[in-house]
Design a protein around this ligand. Sequence first.
Ligand SMILES: Cc1cc2nc3c(=O)[nH]c(=O)nc-3n(C[C@H](O)[C@H](O)[C@H](O)COP(=O)(O)OP(=O)(O)OC[C@H]3O[C@@H](n4cnc5c(N)ncnc54)[C@H](O)[C@@H]3O)c2cc1C
Length: 298
Amino acid sequence: MQQTDVAVVGGGLAGLTAAAELARLGVKCTAFTGPAPGGLLLSIESVEGMPEHPEGIPGYDLCPMAQEAAMDAGAEFINDDASALQPDGDGWIVTSPEGSVRARAVVLAPGAHLRPLGVPGEERLAGKGVSHCASCDGPLLRGKPVAVVGGGDAACQEALTIAAHASEVHLISRGPLRARESWQQRVRAQPKIQVHEGARVTAIEGDNGVEAVTLADGRTLPVAGVFAYAGLLPNTGWLQGVVELDADGRIPVDGHMGSKQPGLFAAGFARSGNNGQAAEAEADGKAAAEAAHKYLNT
Ligand SMILES: Cc1cc2nc3c(=O)[nH]c(=O)nc-3n(C[C@H](O)[C@H](O)[C@H](O)COP(=O)(O)OP(=O)(O)OC[C@H]3O[C@@H](n4cnc5c(N)ncnc54)[C@H](O)[C@@H]3O)c2cc1C
């Protein structure tokens, strides 16, 4: 079995930053990144709110830069999902289909996935107009009406990305928009976007592709695509029973990203209290790496 000092689980900004920082600190680090490193931001046209990129930066530039920084620093990569974690004496064993790694400490940064709407038609029409990637599938819907579901930053951001391609965008939010003011202003200033606040999608219709969405108030909106950004769920199901999780399925930590179990740290969206912003994912990754480094030396 491969031995390492610290195993990092997660290939988003939190995990990649932790791996880079650990390697820079001279720690032997092995990062399980999943098959496509980059995380949620990989397909985003302009990641906003990062102090070092005040004008915004495409996620498809930012994420590879973070990966390159970790590789240049000397972190090792396993491009596979970790599927199990178990304690082993004073360390931990992380398992993936590619094999197992024994580490003295582990930084858990598995991030999140988009919450499904859970309505009829969603699964059946996935890839046939139901999408989670505005920049990939927006161009395929050029000149057609689409629906974006959600009322937060991500929904507003992606509605604007799709508006560059679609004929009209129905932004459907269960309650009032809750995105930060700057996103709301931009959405309301885009004439192609119609905001439906207090509206709920109950079904996605269509035979071989999306043709319409039905709303709880009985209306049917003809659309050719549906993009759902209705919240995030942490990728922590595989940790149940091994790591303490809070009611939302996230990992509680102390002020130094340490979990209740020795040698186990958490970073990014998967840790309790993380605010879901890219800059905080990076800051978490750095803090968890420093704490894991300190743990190895005490
Ligand atoms: C549409 C959208 C737009 C957004 N735009 C912005 C923005 O403009 N500005 C901003 O600040 N924030 C934005 N965010 C929020 C931002 O994406 C998150 O805060 C950030 O991605 C969290 O980083 P993370 O590393 O914790 O998780 P993630 O980005 O989710 O990365 C986790 C990674 O770990 C991998 N992984 C999961 N499980 C395992 C496992 N078992 N083994 C190995 N790897 C695993 C995943 O495949 C993924 O690659 C946006 C989010 C969305 C959904």
